[in-house]
Design a protein around this ligand. Structure first.
Ligand code: KIV
Ligand code: ZN
Length: 510
């Protein structure tokens, strides 16, 4: 019989540490429900001590989600652990996750503590956590750069103190599969009480090796893998959930492991995460990228038409990609609209459906056919929102090759409506100059990307911007059949996200 691999999803914690990926409480709840449908074993819902917002969202998720363990992260500090426990206590199966650096690099340059001090701290905090629950996970942070002997010592000590899952983070994505696998094997062979704990792997993708390292860990004895949807996370991200799940499903011949992931939910969940976080999935991303199942060359197309197995190792349907036979238009009703959103991973309240339906009708009036991508853009635009300090009322632009590009913009700022006109070298420059003047914001435009979501000149244009201010980076998105309006919406969305990041100073403190 296949051995079970436990999937620990940290999209809401490590994933949310991606620059610009901050989610609000209702977005986090929507993601948690999608993860439950996806069949993950553990949801790391957040880092409760980080902010009141993090605390509230973890507590709400702990109350509502019943089919997954709900985990709260805590540094090895008394107050962190109490706060994390308070947030998760009402979960059906709560887990406390305590972490503390173990590598000499971190001990010398960050903690200024000796190995013995760190070991004592780890044991004391694990004992404290175990007074609340027996479901305690411990992570020696930067494990892959900690010498194996000390790693084995700290592992034995925290298992002795009651930890039941020991996670070995490759925090900076430095490991390579052979050495990371050997490290896990060393732990299996040199920690006398290792049979009392589950070994977990947590890999970052700085060298593009996160999935390979996680697999090496599993081959050598790990039974929990920590992942995020679309591989989002700190810096280059984490091991991606979809890669791990499809690896075990597709290569059962090579590795006799199984997960509880409902793989047909992968694609809708991936779409939801990219819409909520504003982090677009690259077209060539394994499993969920737009090109993952697209065949371009004539030889490949010929083969796939004759027999899919010639060039396809997975079926698109297995990851939940459905060929859309139902295209919505202005005559489509509320029911078809609701069904379509459900197939894209959105389980929405009737209130949300009502406001979206109104917006959908407006778009359908301007376009003949409303495609899946259009609907996602509408959802992103209408629902996936951070608090709206700035709201765009209207924008009019005049431009051409004989006039100086001019934008007239009306914005409501904290309830006050303002109107102003300004110039630029082009229509978008005019719009952005005017908005920056009106809001008095200092952000720099780091990136501006524009794409057409669907074919044809009547397509929805989608604009993504990256804004930077004092070390904070936010992403803004906007969609509209008019690309100037989409650009203004994206800019305002980015400014609102920046504003909400300023209110959340703990977002990137480790
Ligand atoms: O990468 C890391 O070390 C972490 C820990 C907090 C588990 O995310
Ligand atoms: Zn991490």
């Amino acid at each position: 019989m296949s051995e079970r691999i436990y999937i620990f999803d940290t999209t809401l914690r490590d994933g949310e540490q991606s620059p610009g990926a901050a989610m609000n409480i209702s977005q986090k709840m929507r993601v948690a429900k999608a993860l439950e449908r996806l069949g993950v074993d553990v949801i790391e819902a957040g880092f409760p001590v980080a902010s009141q917002g993090d605390f509230e969202s973890v507590r709400l998720i702990a109350k509502e989600i019943r089919k997954c363990e709900i985990c709260g992260l805590a540094r090895a500090e008394e107050n962190d652990i109490e706060r994390a426990w308070e947030a998760i206590a009402e979960a059906a199966n709560p887990r406390l996750h305590v972490f503390l650096s173990s590598s000499d690099i971190h001990l010398i340059h960050q903690l200024n503590k000796s190995r013995d001090e760190v070991l004592d701290m780890a044991v004391a905090r694990v004992k404290q956590a175990c007074r609340h629950t027996s479901n305690v996970e411990f992570s020696p942070m930067d494990a892959s750069r900690t010498g194996p002997e000390f790693l084995a010592r700290i592992t034995e000590a925290v298992i002795g103190a009651g930890a039941r899952v020991i996670n070995f983070p490759d925090t900076v994505g430095y490991a390579v599969p052979s050495e990371y696998g050997a490290l896990i094997r060393y732990i299996v062979e040199n920690v006398p009480n290792i049979d009392k704990a589950v070994i977990s792997v947590h890999c970052h993708d700085d060298l593009g090796l996160a999935t390979a390292n996680s697999l090496a860990g599993v081959i050598n004895g790990a039974r929990q893998v920590e992942v995020t949807v679309n591989g989002i996370g700190e810096r280059a991200g984490n091991t991606s959930l979809e890669e791990m799940a499809m690896l075990f499903r597709t290569r059962k011949d090579a590795f006799d492991f199984e997960t509880r992931i409902v793989t047909e939910q992968i694609f809708p969940t991936s779409r939801l995460i990219s819409t909520v976080t504003g982090l677009m999935v690259p077209a060539n991303k394994a499993i969920v990228g737009a090109n993952a199942f697209a065949h371009e060359s004539g030889i490949h197309q010929d083969g796939v038409l004759k027999q899919a197995i010639t060039y396809e190792i997975m079926k698109p349907q297995d990851v939940g990609i459905k060929k859309s036979d139902l295209v919505l238009g202005k005559h489509s009703g509320r029911h078809a609209f609701k069904d379509k959103l459900a197939s894209l991973g959105y389980e929405l309240s009737s209130e949300d459906i009502n406001s979206l339906f109104k917006r959908f009708k407006e778009v359908a009036d301007k376009k003949k056919e409303v495609f899946d991508e259009d609907l996602e853009a509408i959802v992103a635009d209408e629902l996936i929102r951070v608090p709206q300090k700035y709201e765009l009322n209207y924008i009019n632009v005049s431009s051409g090759n004989t006039v100086r590009p001019t934008a007239t913009v009306s914005i409501t700022i904290d309830g006050d409506t303002k109107e102003q006109a300004g110039f630029g070298t082009g229509p978008i420059d005019a719009a952005y100059n005017t908005i920056a003047n009106m809001t008095g914001t200092q952000s720099k435009l780091l990136h501006f990307g524009i794409s057409s979501l669907t074919g044809g000149t009547d397509a929805q244009g989608e604009v993504t911007v990256r804004l930077g201010e004092n070390g904070l980076v936010s992403i803004g998105q906007g969609a509209d059949p008019d690309i100037i309006v989409a650009s203004a919406k994206a800019y305002i969305n980015g400014l609102n996200r920046l504003e909400s990041m300023k209110q959340n100073p703990y977002k990137s403190f480790y």
